[in-house]
Structure formats: C-alpha cells, structure tokens
Design a protein around this ligand. Sequence first.
Ligand code: ADP
Ligand code: MG
Length: 694
Amino acid sequence: MNIPEIFAENVFNEKAMKAALSPDVYRSLKKAVNENEPLDFAVAQEVADAMKAWAISKGATHYTHWFQPMTGITAEKHDSFISPAKNGNVIMEFSGKALIKGEPDASSFPNGGIRATFEARGYTAWDPSSYAFIKDNTLCIPTAFCSFSGEALDKKTPLIRSIEAISKQSVKVLKLLGKDDVNKVHVTVGAEQEYFLIDREAGLMREDIVYSGRTLFGANPPKGQELGDHYFGAIKPRVKAYMEDLNEELWKLGILAKTEHNEVAPGQHELAPVFTHANTATDHNQLTMELMKKIAEKHGLTCLLAEKPFKGVNGSGKHNNWSLTTDTGVNLFDPGETPAENLQFLVFLSAVIKATDVYQDLLRASVASAGNDHRLGAHEAPPAIVSIFLGDDLLNALEAFVNNYSYHSKKTTMKLGAKILPPLPKDATDRNRTSPMAFTGNKFEFRMVGSNDSIADCNVVLNTIVAESLEEFACVLENASNVSSAVHDIVKNTLDNHGRIIFNGNNYSAEWVVEAERRGLSNLKTTPDAVSSYTTDKAIELFAKHKVLSKTELFAIENVMLENYSRIVKIEALTMVDMARKNIYPSINRYASRVLEGAINKYKLGISNETDVYLARKLSGLSDVVYKKAEALADLIVKANAFTGNSKALAHFVKDQIIPCMEALRVSADEAETVTDERFWPFPSYGKLLFSVK
Ligand code: ADP
Ligand code: MG
C-alpha cells in the first residue's frame, strides 16, 4: 500500500479543488471560507459541477447532505445524480442549489420542542469549511441542519458558531498584547478514541449486546484486567488485521489515524488521530466511529463503543485534546522555556482556568449521557467533578510570577543508566492520567467525554466559556496603562478567585471527593442532574452573548438529552426483562431440575444428596427473586409511560426508580450465573466475550 498515494483520495480537499476549479472560483471559495462569508450562487454552481465530475470519476452514483442531528449520530439522505432527459435518457445532474441547501424530512430527528409538528421540514446547509468526501459510492456533503426559523437542530451549527466566537475574542486579546499580525485563531482538536472488540458470533448470542451495545448482565470472570497484561501487549493477529483495514479506510478519507494500541481492559483498544481543526476533527471522529463498527463486521467482530460495556471492567472514553493556534502558526498554549515571561501564554492559560471554574457545571453537562453515567466516578475515569491539572512545575511558576520571585523550572533530563541509551528530556511533572482536564504541555486534554459521544458538545462549551474569559480579560487589558502589570493582575485574580479548580493529585481517590466538596466544586453524578446546567440564567446569558446558542436552542438541547437518556435506559430495562423472563429464569430452572433429578436418583441409591438439595434450593430461590424483580421492573416501565411529555420528570423517575431496580435484578441474576453449570447458562459469559478474539 502506498500511503501517500491513497491518503485523502476520497476527499474533495485543497488539492482536489485546485485541480478541479478555475482559479477564480477557487479563490472565491477560499475567501468565503476564510472570512466566514456566505458563498456567491454562481460560484456554488461551478463548485457543484466540479464536485460532481470529481465524484463520478471516483465511481459515485449518489450524493447526500451529511449532517449531525442532536442525537449525536450522523444522518444521510441519498439522492442519485440521475435526472431524466429527452428520449428516455438520463443525465447526471447536481445543481448549485442542491449543493448549498437540502430539505430532508426532519420529523424523524429530535428537535427538543423547537419545531412545531406542522413544520416537519428541516434544512441542511452546506458547510464549506469542511471537505466533501465519498463513502459507499456516495458523495457526502457536510452540512449544518436547522429549522425553518433558523434554529440549530444539530451539533455542527453551534460548533461553528463557537469557533467563530473564540477566534474573535482571541484575536482581540492578541491585538491588545501587541500581536497585530493575527487575523484568525483556530481551535485544534485531537480526539483519542477507545473501543472494545468482541467476536461477532459471541455478541449476537446476547440480546443485551444486540439491543443496547453493552452487557446488562454478567458475573465477573476469574481473570479481568488485574494483571494489566493486555495494555501494550502484542496486538492479536485478528485485531491487527482489523486495525490495518480500518487505517486504510480512514486514510482514504483523509483522517490521520496515527497511534493504535491495546488499552487497559482485555479486548479494549485505542485509536488516536493527529489533531486538526475542531470542525474537521468532529466530522472525522464521527466517521471514525462509523467505520470502526462497519469494518469490525467484515472481520467477524463487533466493535462496542458503549462507555461501559462490561461491569467491573474499565470503560471507554474519548480524550478531547484541545488547543488554540493562530493563523500565523503559533500555539497559544505553548509555554516556551520560561512560561512566567510569556504574557500571551499566561493570559490564555488564565482564561482556561477561570472558565473551567466558573462554568464547571456546563463542562459536566456537555458529557452527560446514560452510558457515561456508568463511567464517570467509577474509579477508572475522571469523576463527575471538574478540575484542572497544571502540574507542580507550572503552578510553581505561576505562583512565583504572581508573588514576584523567580522560579527555575525543574525540567531535567532523565538518565537511563546505560551509556548507549540517550538521555530523555523529562517533563517536570509526570502526566496526571486521572484529571478530567489536564494541561499536557501545549494543550488541554479533556477526558470526561464518553466513547460514544460526539465531541461537538464539549468543544462548543470549551470554546464559548474560554471566549467569555478572554472577553473579560480584553476589557482589563484595554483599560490598562501597562500591559505587563495588567497581565500580572489577571493571573493573580485568576489564582485568587479560581484557584480552587486546580488539583494536581489523584482524582480517582475518595479523599478528592471530600476535598472537592470542601472547595465548593460541583459533583453532578447523573445526567438528569447535570443537563439542567444548560438552562440556568448564567448559561443562557453566556451563550446568547457569544451568539452560540439561543435560549430556545438551549432548552431544546436539555430536552433532547433528557429524552435520549430515558429512551436508552428504557430500552435497556425492557431488554433485561426479556432476558430475565425468557432466558435466565428458564435456564436456572432447567439446571435446578437437573440437579433435583440427580438428588432423587442419589436418594434412591442411598447416596448422600445433601449438596444437590442445597444447590437446588439455592437455584430455586435465586430464580424466584430474578422473576419477581423482572416483574417489578416491567411494572415500573409501564408506570414510566405516564410521564409522556414531561422529559424532566421522566428522566428523574428513570434515575430514581428504574435504574435501581435494574441494578437489583442484575445482582440476583449474576449471582445465579456463578452457581449455574455453564452449559445451562443461556448466553456467553464475560470471560468468553472479553477473551473471544485471538
Ligand atoms: P497521550 O495523551 O496518549 O499521551 P499525545 O499527548 O501524544 O498522547 O497526543 C494525544 C493527542 O493530542 C493526539 O491526537 C495529538 O494529535 C493531539 N494533540 C497534540 N497536539 C495538539 C494540539 N496542539 N491541539 C490539539 N490536539 C493536539
Ligand atoms: Mg490521552
């Protein structure tokens, strides 16, 4: 495989555009993108023609507006290029209008109450800042999706707005710091993606995997991740073949898949791309998730993206690496050799610290989902408490700066003891892997995102809250007579008023939960509690001020998140009832009968049957409990129907009643699994799933 040759071969990128468009049209398109201007119609027509010719030359027969509705998945509606012509012939047609605007029937996508039912249409609008690409013989045009009245019904629209907001405030601050040459600031994002692979056949034998993408029952195997031998262990041949195939498909789509390795849990892996602009990174992450699942099937595997596919085994997340880079190529979070003398770095760093403290609830809300609730705070992922890790070295440098003394970084080289091994530059502080928001050298790594989530939401929040701090700092700088002393005040005020958000210790520890409470940090453990952060007066004011989300849109987001949450848990609960009634109860009973038969035979022969009788009793007791709990759960699901139309009340009912009942049912079923002959157990065990791929 010639990687440079296949790389981005299915993307209508700069190279393809330059080759296909006339210089004038190319310039107009670039200008529109760079200056965030809408595109001239005549230009759009030429772009459409060129795009069509390019796509057809690559075998495409259809086109689709590709968009990201509020559910967090992607949606497509395919149309063929075919158009009837004279004499029963057809021509291949694609107009500028079809490129710029689409009108999919939006009634099947959630809108959180924005769209009245009589206006079922939604509109998709081409996003020229993100490249079109070919997937499955279809030209996919990345688009924003909105209602008739212009409200966002998707994740891309607010993301683009937030990118504009932070760029505007960053440029303003930079000008005040004397950096006049910067006209635009880009948000850069690299999303590391964790996932599990299991054998497809084994997965298909379990209803929970089929319906909810994760296990809802399952006793722990004798061996889990205790030995840590999976992490960085050799990649198994079947997995290797899968990764190679996946990389190739990703590369063709211009996705810079770079690092791949095993993760902590058996069957768990990670893929990291090279970072790129936030909008593109979001598109790429969606495509990566889609391809991960699709290619797994080809290899007889199933890719699980659920945050917590197995109880008691590490869950999967996404690390959203986030930074800001000027159009002149400077990373604004690069501290340089002497961070305390780098005014620009100090201002931008302070902006993130302040924003994270003031809007911690919004960051938490941005990663809220039914799946992620199982992961956050499970002593393996950052807790639901938001904090920032800076490392002792940087924190010392900041404190020295504020208190006017000098501090020399402890950056040293690490000697490996053998002459032949080169000395490695040693980070002054080891990386903290437990922090939800870690400063990692020249970027922030936001680690609370669930593996199944779109990264759009957290980036919308990050961009907007940091834009807000920057705007406030711009005011301070504007009114200052001396820039250095103004920066000094900014850093000092940030540490004095928002220093509580900085925590360099172990975020997984129980002590941190107590300490965070003492500091007054919020700890929103569940989705129903977290998502109301989107609709506080503070949030409404913030998002309106930066023109990222209107009040209506915020309520819609809250509503959709609550609906999603309840819907997912309800499907899981129904699946559990079904499995308990149709698989688990009958299986325990069958085994109990077999044991009893043995007991009777032994009795007839005068052999001791004490153990059999004991076991049969135990099994029978457990199956009774399983059945009763399944009935109780079924009743609760019926009761939940009474909340139709009140998404908040329903989500709280789900959280307070249904989830505890699911957990109770699971405890009894899992206990039964540990005492049931495995030949009688109705589906593959954890051990079989986790170690199913060789
Ligand atoms: P790890 O977190 O596993 O130690 P790295 O720190 O090497 O891995 O990188 C993690 C991710 O951060 C990669 O996707 C990388 O492209 C991304 N990244 C690196 N620099 C930046 C940046 N300036 N902006 C955004 N993401 C970045
Ligand atoms: Mg990481």
